[in-house]
Design a protein around this ligand. Structure first.
Ligand SMILES: [Zn+2]
Length: 94
């Protein structure tokens, strides 16, 4: 009887195929924009550049969205905050 139960369980396991289970969906790995491009210099006086790292509300995007590494995400955060302080970027939008 216990064997039967185990078989059932194994069958269920096989049904959760990696390709179909959304929990184990393969994600494309994001590469940090600043690491990949050596000539990319983050400038807090350049709002066009920083606008890529904020959403339409003016919030700084999280790392999972920007794909930046921890070091560069820190730089981005500081740059955005500096830009806000000198009124280049908005703190908030409606
Ligand atoms: Zn980086």
């Amino acid at each position: 009887m216990s064997d039967k139960k185990q078989n059932k369980r194994n069958n269920n396991k096989n049904n959760y195929d990696e390709d179909y289970n959304p929990r184990f969906r393969k994600q494309r790995k994001k590469v940090c924009v600043l690491c990949s491009d050596k000539n990319f210099v983050l400038d807090y006086k350049n709002p066009e550049q920083l606008r890529k790292f904020i959403n339409d509300k003016g919030k700084i995007l999280p790392r999972r969205t920007t794909g930046a590494c921890a070091k560069h995400q820190r730089d981005i955060t500081i740059a955005v905050k500096r830009a806000r302080h000198i009124a280049i970027l908005p703190y908030t939008q409606n």
